[in-house]
Ligand binder design. Structure first.
Ligand code: NAP
Length: 488
């Protein structure tokens, strides 16, 4: 099951040669069989993962549902086939109205790129792991995958890869998924060799901004550069209008603290910064938020090196002297493990936040910064970079707040992949309208999404057939028909 990079990439190439020609039904059947097999081994896998990551069962259970649900969703997408968006332009005689250039019969479809290298993230061992969204979408598109083990959960990763192998062999597609072991987070030679391997045609990465950029650089430096789709870090700003704040200060504090603390703050969509104004009830909000964060139990992070990274970020914020610490401590709590932390709450002003880069970078862990703006309209001067999400709490039943919301969206929509009204950013629905991506640095490809059926298009390229007889065309292009009309 554990293979060398050379072996994994060669096997993946051979597997792709047959898998790309597999029928839609065959692809769908294999993806559904994977989901079924996983569900049959659910209890054991959940237990292993909880032990390895220190995430609670109640945190992992929805993630499990997302993993198997995503596999089933991509089975349906593969079966229907309309994701190829086939387009047919039948031949036209010279001089026909609207004809530009020669009137050839031209037809377009999508074809899979080839073996995809998948780098999952530490924090979602199921949803962004061995059989997470990148793998499911790549398999649905007709690609094989080579997954690089994540050193934060190697035992879970190996069990998932074993299940995948057993199912793929049963359905006569061995080597559709290869798995490369990697237990040392300090050793990037494996990532380098995998991304550089000539058989690899694309990369799906979920992880930190420096990690995503490093992988992208390797892919660009190859003799044949390949696309990298890197989902990276985000601070997910939350803005609260004074009216929304004064209506429900404590409810907002509860809602936001739950979102910040879930999974020890290790969520790519965790609110990292909350912008408020000094309104009548903003002190009650801050007081309640500090209370909730102070009262939250100490917990273990995913791995010692992730904990060390978090604490060093907390120390950097403290050393900047640009924010006051309202709750938390930058040391491991006494009598705990080397990955135990307390949650942190920081407070600062808009001027300081704008002027201090360390406050504006993602802190991966249980921490949030409240930024007090001098007045609501100052939100236009917040130095936001690209994010996965942007949330606004406003009273949309009030004309004035509605106008504030309109101006806010006009000003900031270019800064995020998903805009959330009166809600927290954690919790991602897997559906056709979802965008999980966004402008740099949240993602290196703002034209894509990592969640939902559209994620599949990342692993394909368009190919066009000119004056090609029907018997040589892929089935979706064989009938003549209306231009650009997707067909099942
Ligand atoms: P990470 O440290 O970047 O690791 C991700 C993967 O990339 C690992 O396999 C890692 O291997 C590899 N890697 C990292 N740096 C590398 C380098 N310089 N060269 C080669 N390979 C490298 O991130 P993580 O701790 O797993 O995950 C946490 C981050 O992921 C957070 O920033 C979080 O916001 C983000 N995240 C984003 C999303 C999203 O959808 N946007 C979802 C989940 C998580 P090593 O461990 O061996 O370095």
């Amino acid at each position: 099951m554990l293979t060398s990079i050379q072996e994994a990439c060669e096997q993946a190439h051979l597997a792709w040669e047959t898998w790309r020609a597999a029928s839609s039904k065959d692809r769908a059947r294999t993806l559904r069989a994977l989901a079924e097999d996983l569900d049959a081994h659910r209890a054991h896998l959940l237990e292993m993962c909880a032990q390895e990551t220190s995430l609670f069962h109640e945190e992992l259970t929805p993630e499990w549902a997302r993993m198997v649900g995503t596999l089933r969703m991509f089975a349906d997408v593969a079966e229907v086939g309309s994701w190829r968006t086939p387009s047919v332009d039948p031949a036209l005689p010279p001089g026909a109205p609207g004809l530009v250039g020669p009137g050839h019969d031209v037809r377009r479809t999508l074809m899979p790129l080839g073996p995809v290298a998948v780098f999952g993230a530490s924090n979602f061992p199921f949803a962004y792991g061995v059989l997470g969204g990148d793998t499911a979408s790549a398999l649905a598109a007709g690609c094989s995958v080579v997954v690089k083990e994540h050193p934060a959960h190697p035992r879970t990763g190996r069990l998932l890869a074993e299940r995948a192998r057993a199912v793929c062999e049963r359905w006569s597609h061995p080597n559709l998924l290869s798995y490369v072991a990697h237990e040392d987070p300090a050793n990037h030679a494996i990532a380098q060799a995998l991304v550089s391997h000539p058989r690899i045609a694309a990369v799906g990465f979920t992880g930190s901004i420096p990690g995503g950029l490093a992988i992208d650089r390797i892919a660009r430096a190859r003799e044949t550069p390949i696309p990298v789709f890197a989902e990276m870090g985000s601070i997910n700003p939350v803005f609260i209008t004074p009216r929304a704040m004064d209506a429900h200060p404590e409810r907002l504090a509860d809602q936001l603290s739950d979102s910040i603390l879930m999974r020890v703050g290790q969520q790519c969509t965790r609110p990292g910064v909350i912008f408020v104004t000094d309104s009548t009830h903003s002190p009650a909000f801050l007081h309640r938020l500090a209370q909730r964060i102070k009262a939250s139990p100490v917990r273990d992070m995913l791995a010692p090196w992730i904990c060390e990274g978090f604490l060093s970020r907390m120390r950097a914020i403290k050393e900047s002297k640009a924010a006051s610490l309202e709750a938390g401590s930058d040391a491991n709590p006494p009598r705990t493990t080397s990955r135990t932390v307390r949650a942190h709450l920081w407070c600062t002003t808009l001027d300081r936040w704008n002027a201090t880069p360390v406050l504006r970078e993602e802190c991966f862990g249980p921490s949030v910064i409240v930024v007090v703006m001098p007045a609501w309209d100052a939100h236009t001067s917040a130095a936001l970079s690209g994010n996965l999400t942007l949330s606004l709490f406003a009273d949309t039943s009030d004309e004035k707040d509605l106008a504030r919301a309109r101006t806010f969206l006009h000003h900031h929509t270019a800064k995020a992949g998903r805009i959330i009204m009166n809600g927290v950013p954690t919790g991602v629905r897997v559906c056709a309208s979802m965008v999980h991506g966004g402008p740099f640095p949240a993602c290196n490809r703002p034209d894509t999404t990592a969640v939902g059926p559209a994620a599949l298009a990342r692993w394909c390229r368009p190919v066009c057939y000119q004056n090609t007889p029907p018997e040589l065309l892929p089935s979706e292009l064989q009938q003549s028909g209306a231009t650009t009309k997707p067909r099942a």
